[in-house]
Design a protein around this ligand. Structure first.
Ligand code: TXA
Ligand code: MG
Length: 338
C-alpha cells in the first residue's frame, strides 16, 4: 500500500480514510500517534499488526475533550473533571473506569479501564472532529523502537503498512504523555511525562508514583511498561555526571569504530571530542534534551550508524523524571562507569 502524506489543511481526506477503517498517523505535542477508529474493532486490530505490538498491551483513546470521554465511561469524578479543566488539551492521559461493553477488547486488552488523552495539536483535534469518532493512538513507531517525533520517523517505520501520515512538523515536547491512573485509591502516575508530579499535586493534592517500582516479577499497571522500549541498535551508556565526560570520551576513543555522544551544548563545548566520536546536541536544558532524545537515538541508528552511544543523564525531577525514564529504558539501565 502507498502511504500518503497529508498537510494540516488536508485532514478531511485523512479523516475519510479513518472512517473507512484505514490507519492514519497523526501529530501530537508529545510524539506522533498511529490512528484508527476506536469504535472499529477490525481497524484497531490492524494497529497491532502494523506496529508489531503485543496484543495484551492496550491502546490510548484520543479524544477532542471530556464530552467524547463520557460516551464510554462511568460519570466523571470531581478529580477527573478538575484535571481535565487544568491540563486538557495537553500531555496528561487519564485511566478511567469504562462502562461495560462500550469499547472493544482490541482497545482495552480486556481491562475494565481505558486510557484517554486529549492532545494539544489543533490539526489532530480537527482530524478527530472530522472523523466523528475517537481514535486509538499508540506511538507511531515499530514496537520497541524510539517513539517518532517527526513524520519522517513514522514514514521510516511504517511506510507501506499504513494508509497515511498527517505531517505537522516536529513534536514540541518529544516524550510521551504523563499517564495518571484515576482508578487506584490514590491517583497514581504510571508513566512520567511533561505534566509533572508537582504539577498534578498542585491541583489535586496527593499523587503517588509507581513507575520506578516495577520489579521483574510484578505485573505492571501499565502493561506497556514490561516490554523492551526505546531501544536503538546501538548500546546506550548514560553519563550521569557532567564531570564524567572526559573519562567517558577517553574510553570512547579506545573503541573500534564510530561512537555517538549526545549531550548539552555546554558539555560538548567544554570537552574535546576524539576523532571517532560524533556529537549530537541536546540543546541548552532538559526541555530541549527531551525534545531531541528520540531523534538523536534514531540519528545514530539510521543516518550515522554507531555501536555505542554516550548520552547525558539529568536529575530525575520535574521533566527530568520523564527524560530519565525513557533514557533508562533505551539504555537497559546501563551507566558509564569510570
Ligand atoms: O503521548 C502519548 O501518550 C502518545 C501520543 C501518540 O498520544 N501515545 C502513547 O501511546 O505513548 P503508547 O501506546 O505508546 O503508550 C500507552 C501506554 C502503554 O504503556 C499502555 O500499556 C498504557 O499506556 N495503557 C493503555 N491503556 C491502559 C490502561 N487501561 N491501564 C493502564 N495502562 C494503560
Ligand atoms: Mg509507545
Amino acid at each position: 500500500m502507498d502511504t500518503q502524506i497529508f498537510k494540516p489543511d488536508e485532514v478531511t481526506a485523512a479523516a475519510a480514510l479513518l472512517k473507512a477503517g484505514q490507519l492514519v498517523a497523526f501529530p501530537t505535542e508529545t510524539v506522533y500517534g498511529l490512528g484508527a477508529d476506536a469504535t472499529n474493532e477490525h481497524a484497531v486490530k490492524q494497529v497491532y499488526a502494523a506496529k508489531g505490538r503485543p496484543s495484551d498491551n492496550p491502546l490510548i483513546v484520543t479524544v477532542t475533550g471530556p464530552d467524547m470521554v463520557t460516551q464510554y465511561t462511568e460519570p466523571l469524578s470531581a478529580t477527573a473533571k478538575q484535571l481535565m479543566q487544568h491540563f486538557w488539551p495537553g500531555s496528561l492521559t487519564l485511566i478511567l473506569n469504562l462502562r461495560p461493553g462500550t469499547l472493544s477488547k482490541a482497545v482495552t486488552g480486556g481491562l475494565s479501564t481505558a486510557a484517554f488523552r486529549n492532545p494539544q495539536n489543533q490539526t489532530t483535534l480537527n482530524l478527530i472532529q472530522a472523523a466523528g469518532v475517537p481514535i486509538v493512538g499508540p506511538s507511531a513507531n515499530t514496537s520497541g523502537k524510539p517513539s517518532p517525533t517527526l513524520a519522517e520517523h513514522v514514514y521510516h517505520d511504517l511506510k507501506g503498512k499504513i494508509a497515511g501520515i498527517v505531517d505537522d512538523g516536529p513534536a514540541a515536547v518529544g516524550v510521551e504523555s504523563t499517564i495518571l491512573d484515576l482508578t487506584a485509591d490514590v491517583p497514581t502516575i504510571l508513566r512520567p511525562g511533561a505534566v509533572t508530579e508537582e504539577d498534578l499535586a498542585a491541583v489535586i493534592g496527593t499523587v503517588r508514583s509507581n513507575h520506578h517500582k516495577v520489579g521483574a516479577t510484578e505485573v505492571p499497571k501499565a502493561p506497556g511498561m514490561k516490554y523492551k522500549h526505546y531501544a536503538p541498535n546501538a548500546q546506550v551508556y548514560i553519563v550521569d555526571q557532567v564531570t564524567d565526560w572526559p573519562a567517558a570520551l577517553a574510553w570512547a576513543q579506545t573503541l573500534d569504530g564510530p561512537v555517538g555522544a549526545m549531550a548539552l551544548d555546554d558539555v560538548l563545548a567544554a570537552n574535546s571530542l576524539p576523532a571517532n566520536v560524533e556529537a549530537f546536541s541536546l540543546g541548552q536544558n532538559v526541555a530541549s534534551a527531551s525534545h531531541r532524545l528520540f531523534d538523536g537515538l534514531r540519528h545514530f541508528d539510521l543516518e550515522s550508524p554507531v555501536k555505542t552511544i554516550l548520552t547525558q543523564g539529568f536529575a530525575a525531577t520535574g521533566l527530568g523524571a520523564a527524560y530519565m525514564n525513557r533514557l533508562n529504558k533505551s539504555a537497559g539501565q546501563t551507566h558509564f562507569q569510570k
